[in-house]
Design a protein around this ligand. Structure first.
Ligand code: FAD
Length: 264
């Protein structure tokens, strides 16, 4: 990566002004992805000195600074207590500890990676993002915005919950990107389901959720119907990692297992 200038921002507003000043000025999180994906940056703006590396437990939510490493999140007790620890489980599937010590939650969210193992999880947990200019939005709203390239993600808030959760990543090798990934949570039998790496970006399976949440009791037939619905609404396609048909089989298989696991 070719960098003309490196600046350690002294305030978030300084970092914001710098990215606004030129399209080729870039914020760096952990840099694990940026360094292999971007050829040139006029000014590379570090957020390292802004106190954004923290996990803070409040009464109703857990607040995480954008510069917090994935490894810190993965091993944090409070994070593990949310939704059966699915965020920690999903992070655990990303490369090795060395990369997870470098990569940040901020960079993982701002990258808008379609293969992201975190996106399905963040969609089914109650997550809010705080941006310097945009303010606070839900993770679901963030997914629908094409790209927020000219703002700074400051923190991520996880609402405390006692929901049950399920996470699954299927990949050819332990270090590869997912062929599919999915996350499910249930609170009082109210389902949230998100499927990612289809290969398009993760989305909530809204019709499937609506169907499941309208049932008094779930039996095998209804669960099968929910899995068919999820495949129908997921906009599944082929790429080098897996065919559309194989992805459909994977989604049906693991969604069925996941639903059964969280209604136990
Ligand atoms: C070899 C490799 C394999 C990987 N495999 C997987 C995988 O299997 N599954 C998976 O889910 N992930 C995977 N990842 C992605 C990884 O988990 C991180 O999501 C990724 O490295 C980005 O985090 P980072 O801190 O390195 O961000 P950076 O590379 O520093 O930044 C990424 C983007 O976010 C922007 N950015 C960073 N922080 C902020 C902020 N606070 N505000 C605004 N913009 C910001 C940057 O400008 C850049 O555009 C992989 C990464 C690598 C390098």
């Amino acid at each position: 990566m070719e960098v003309n200038k490196f600046v350690e921002a002294k305030s978030i507003s300084e970092a914001y002004d710098l990215i606004k000043a030129d399209r080729l000025n870039k914020v760096i999180g952990g840099g694990a992805w940026l360094k292999i994906s971007m050829k040139k940056a006029k000014t590379l703006i570090s957020l390292d000195n802004l106190g954004l590396d923290y996990i803070k437990e409040e009464l109703d939510y857990i607040e995480v600074g954008a510069q917090t490493s994935l490894r810190k999140l993965e091993t944090n007790k409070s994070i593990k207590s949310l939704s059966s620890g699915i965020l920690s489980k999903a992070i655990n599937h990303i490369m090795g500890i060395t990369i997870r010590n470098i990569a940040t939650i901020g960079g993982s969210i701002m990258g808008k990676f379609a293969f992201s193992d975190l996106y399905p999880v963040l969609l089914v947990m109650n997550v809010k993002l705080t941006f310097f200019k945009l303010g606070e939005i839900s993770f679901e709203e963030y997914i629908d915005i094409p790209r927020v390239n000219d703002d700074i993600l400051v923190n991520i808030k996880f609402k405390k919950n006692d929901s049950l959760g399920y996470f699954k990543k299927v990949s050819k090798t332990a270090l590869d990107f997912a062929m599919i990934n999915m996350a499910i949570t249930t609170t009082n039998n109210n389902f949230k389901i998100a499927i990612g790496s289809k290969p398009s970006i993760a989305q909530l399976s809204k019709s499937t959720m609506k169907f499941l949440n309208s049932q008094d009791k779930l039996d095998d037939e209804k669960i099968e119907k929910a899995c068919d619905l999820a495949v129908e609404e997921s906009n599944i396609n082929s790429n080098v990692r897996a065919s559309k048909e194989y992805r459909e089989v994977l989604i049906k298989t693991y969604l069925k297992r996941g639903i059964k696991q969280v209604i136990k």
